[in-house]
Design a protein around this ligand. Structure first.
Ligand SMILES: [Zn+2]
Ligand SMILES: [Zn+2]
Length: 648
């Protein structure tokens, strides 16, 4: 890889003449697929067990696994001219210049970061902006030079959408273009990787959306030095199974990787549907393959939360959180399908385990930004938009919409400040963070640095979390988030129900904690059920044993100043909880949700700055939260009636 490429990429875009040499190089064939031997699932990769010394020293690290620079064609169409370099520097804590021409800086920088530019025609806008290229002379180049950046950008995006739909890139854009841009991006990931301080990964986004139904996945490589020559784009295939084949071939060569789907909420039911891409019912092989390739799911980002909908979970009064039940195609509200949402997928996964012997939806949780401005300011009090010039000022964020005909009003105000990911890892380096992701010892955050712990075991003492070194004991005798609670022997199982040890520390830059909840789902005779249990309450309060809820703690937000109650909420919460409704014969999952006291939503802060009322399309306050990966319980084969069961 030639270093002059990254030097050019690091500098201001548009003026560089480096594309001239790129243009001269001859077109190459698509080299994604080389003949390889039979693929074998690596069982060790999906095991939740740890080997070697107890992992008591695991620390929490926070990162963003989803970000776009001007090298994503849509971002460029939104007026983003900031190179990938800006995104890295902001994430690690530098002060950088926003597209809106003001400085931004995170109050609390990230520990790790992945730039996931769209693989489809990656870098095409940079090429079309270079006067020495063929693309510059085409209407695409003209659109990008339109002094009316929003109008020109919209035409550029429409043209690319048509090209992407047809699967044929415009004249002047070749595989060699992709290869050159991708190599430069990989080199940048290497440049910014600083083990022990700030870890970066080579990554891209595969942006499949057949009929506008979102199936996007972010692809992450453990080792940037081993990545393939070309990313895999939706123009190669819109089927996730074909993406998995690409990933499996790389793993067979020793290039470990994973794909993280996002925005189930915009998939029109397609994300967790019970059939494969050809309409055939999900098989055990499909389930194993999917979970080998996609052990995590992005629970939240700028374009909303994919946990559940209030109508699917009427007893969950906290389900209405940063929802965006819209079509990614029309940007209109569409009727929501259960197969778009994580909690429903977890429940149907249990049923699949009973019927086909394997669970296709046994994934852990993480969060991302999906910022398209090279500047993901995910802190609620520090949000500066997510779509470059479309929402770079408070006024645009209050009133703007994306430039598509028929799009919903006030779309910009509906955007979230975006999520981040937490991992419990053995160190801040690629190997340790990737390993944490593989074993699903991860959690999603709505953009706060709450640190949650979650363990399950059969022999936890009732006061476990009150003991010193309790985490050591929990690791030694239980399993952490993302793991499997193995069934007990027949005689033990008759009288025991499992215990769950949970704790959380507040984010010092956000609000105090309000409650810890455990969300349980299970199946019985083919029926799928769920229940939300509060297990720890702030301010020393106790959970009501009948309603399983904490009393309201009275925390308030002043909507004129955004000041919050200074005497309500807790800095830390912990509990050891026993499932009161446990049935050892029924498969179940449990995940933790930790809620803060309410704070002003970013849109309320913008409204205050502008002296206008907060937008009426969103709530004025939000309760920031984290969601841990679940712990699954699968009954023994005997309890399942001797049916076939694949341990995952
Ligand atoms: Zn996407
Ligand atoms: Zn994205």
């Amino acid at each position: 890889m030639e270093s002059h490429l990254s030097r050019k990429l690091l500098g201001p875009l548009g003026a560089a003449g480096w594309l001239t040499s790129l243009r001269r190089q001859e077109k190459l064939h698509l080299l994604l697929v080389a003949a390889l031997g039979t693929l074998v699932f690596n069982a060790a990769l999906v095991s939740s067990a740890w080997a070697g010394a107890p992992p008591i020293d695991r620390k929490v690290y926070f990162g963003d696994t989803h970000a776009h620079s001007a090298y994503s064609s849509d971002a460029f169409g939104f007026g983003n001219r900031l190179p990938p370099d800006t995104a890295y520097r902001l994430a690690r804590g530098d002060k950088v210049k926003h597209v809106g021409n003001y400085s931004v800086q995170l109050k609390s920088p990230l520990d790790f970061f992945m730039l996931t530019d769209h693989a489809e025609m990656i870098g095409i806008a940079q090429i079309a902006s270079d006067p020495s290229t063929i693309l510059y002379q085409t209407s695409l180049g003209e659109d990008l030079r339109d002094p009316d950046q929003k109008a020109g950008g919209a035409r550029f995006l429409n043209a690319l959408q048509t090209a992407a739909g047809s699967g044929v890139a415009p004249d002047g854009y070749s595989n060699e273009s992709t290869r050159t841009i991708w190599q430069a991006l990989v080199e940048l990931a290497e440049l910014y990787n600083d083990p022990g301080h700030f870890t970066t990964f080579a990554a891209f986004e595969w942006s499949s959306m057949p009929n506008g139904e979102n199936l996007h996945r972010n692809v992450i490589f453990r080792d940037a030095q081993k990545v393939p020559d070309l990313p895999f784009s939706a123009m190669d295939s819109t089927k996730p199974e074909d993406l998995w084949t690409y990933l499996e071939k790389q793993r067979a060569r020793g290039n470990d990787n994973l794909a993280i789907p996002h925005n189930g909420n915009m998939s029109n039911g397609r994300m967790f549907q019970p059939v494969d891409s050809w309409g055939a019912p999900i098989s055990a092989e499909y389930a194993m393959r999917r979970m080998e390739n996609e052990p995590l799911f992005e629970m939240m980002q700028l374009k909303g939360t994919s946990e559940t909908m209030p109508s699917f979970a009427p007893e969950d009064e906290f389900a209405d959180f940063e929802l965006l039940p819209f079509s990614l195609y029309t940007w209109q509200r569409v009727e929501q399908q259960k197969t778009s949402y994580v909690r429903e997928a977890y429940k149907s996964g249990l049923r699949f385990q009973e019927t086909i012997g394997a669970n296709p939806f046994k994934f852990g949780l993480e969060g991302g930004g999906d910022d398209h401005g090279s500047t993901h300011t995910w802190e609620e009090f520090n949000y500066h938009g997510g779509h470059a010039v479309l929402d770079s000022t408070p006024k645009d964020r209050m009133t703007g919409t994306i430039p598509l005909e028929g799009a919903a009003k006030n779309l910009n105000a509906r955007m979230s400040a975006g999520g981040i990911t937490g991992v419990w890892a053995d160190g801040n380096n690629r190997e340790a963070i990737f390993a944490a992701m593989r074993r699903k010892e991860t959690f999603a955050s709505s953009g706060v640095k709450i640190a949650p712990r979650f363990f399950a075991g059969w022999d936890f003492p009732p006061d476990l979390t009150a003991q010193t070194n309790w985490v050591r004991k929990a690791y030694a005798t239980g399993v952490p988030m993302g793991g499997d609670l193995e069934p007990q022997s027949a005689q033990q199982a008759a009288s025991t129900s499992p215990s769950f040890a949970v704790s959380a520390l507040r984010d010092p830059n956000s609000a105090p904690l309000q409650r810890i909840q455990i969300i349980k789902g299970w199946t019985k005779n083919g029926e799928m059920m769920e229940k939300v249990y509060d297990v720890a309450c702030s301010d020393g309060a106790k959970v009501d044993p009948n309603t399983h809820r904490c009393p309201a703690n009275g925390a308030e937000v002043n909507l004129k100043t955004c000041a919050i109650s200074s005497d309500k909420g807790s800095a830390a919460l912990a509990a050891t909880w026993k499932d009161p409704d446990f049935d050892p014969s029924l498969p179940a999952f449990y995940y933790v949700r930790v809620l803060e006291n309410p704070v002003c939503r970013w849109s309320t802060r913008d409204a205050i700055a502008l002296g206008v009322p907060p937008p009426d399309v969103v709530a004025p306050v939000i309760q920031e939260r984290v969601w841990t990966s679940p712990i699954w319980y699968t009954p023994s084969r005997e309890k399942l009636g001797g049916r076939k069961l694949v341990r995952q």
